[in-house]
Ligand binder design. Structure first.
Ligand code: ADP
Ligand code: MG
Length: 242
């Protein structure tokens, strides 16, 4: 059984058909990379997967349960599926530690004291323990994005979605954020990434999906999609970005 699965997922904004029947299956512990041109629907798909956007048609299954049934409370699902965006969106008036503790305090009603050991351990795990009392404007972009990842992990998600999380970073800061993803993958986290980091996807993805105009046109092992793409559109895209 897949950990997370989209079946025939459709999503439009007005006349704009953004997801036109997406079938995507993510197994436990897998890292799946979504690649494709800007506007192909990667962000919308990710947002639909953790119920940030209502879908028009199709189904989304999490651990064998249909989470797209009408009337289902999205909140418990969103707690199980963490998401990190291109813009870090840390609260500027809170230090890194308070940023990371905010969601579990609010959503799970946990106290600072109860959270402190676990959240501190997360900062240590990602080499940020000397930055916990820093405010966002005292941190580099790479550090802010790593804090944003820690913040998502503080909710103890079972799955993490990453939407082009290195796209806003200066080139020299990309590596430290990719290292965090590498570490999470090694620890067995189930992850879906929309990414333009083709080298990273090729090296680490279990599966690569090429999105084109709202459908997954081609998917498979990275060696196959990058090494011997079957579709002209895939080849065209790769020749533009590689
Ligand atoms: P990608 O992440 O691959 O660049 P997106 O999912 O962001 O693609 O966008 C796909 C299309 O959906 C674009 O045409 C975009 O303008 C449109 N779109 C995305 N979000 C919204 C929204 N909230 N309202 C209206 N249109 C949207
Ligand atoms: Mg996007």
């Amino acid at each position: 059984m897949a950990k997370l699965e989209a079946k025939g997922l459709r999503k439009s904004f007005g006349e704009n058909k953004v997801c036109r029947g997406i079938n995507l299956s993510i197994d436990e512990g897998e890292m799946v990379c979504l690649i494709g041109a800007s506007g192909s629907g990667k962000s919308t798909l990710l947002r639909c997967l953790n119920l940030l956007e209502p879908i028009d048609d199709g189904e989304i299954w999490l651990d064998g349960e249909d989470i797209s049934v009408p009337g289902l409370d999205p909140q418990p699902v969103r707690q199980r599926i963490g998401m990190v965006f291109q813009s870090f969106n840390l609260f500027p008036h809170m230090n890194a530690l308070d940023n990371a503790m905010l969601a579990p305090r609010r959503v799970k009603g946990m106290t600072r004291e109860a959270l402190l050991p676990e959240v501190t351990a997360l900062f240590r795990r990602f080499d940020l323990d000397d930055r916990m009392d820093h405010y966002p404007d005292q941190l580099s972009g790479g550090q802010q994005q790593r804090v944003a990842i820690v913040r998502a992990l503080a909710m103890r998600p079972e799955i993490m979605l990453f939407d082009e999380i290195t796209s806003a970073l200066a080139p020299e800061l990309v590596g430290e954020v990719l290292d965090v993803l590498r570490q999470l993958r090694a620890e067995g986290m189930t992850m879906v990434l929309a990414t333009h980091e083709m080298g990273f996807a090729r090296e680490l993805a279990d599966k690569v999906c090429f999105l084109d105009a709202g459908i997954i046109l081609e998917e498979g092992a990275p060696e196959k999609v990058f090494g011997s793409p079957e579709r002209d559109r895939t080849r065209e895209f790769l020749s533009r970005v590689l």
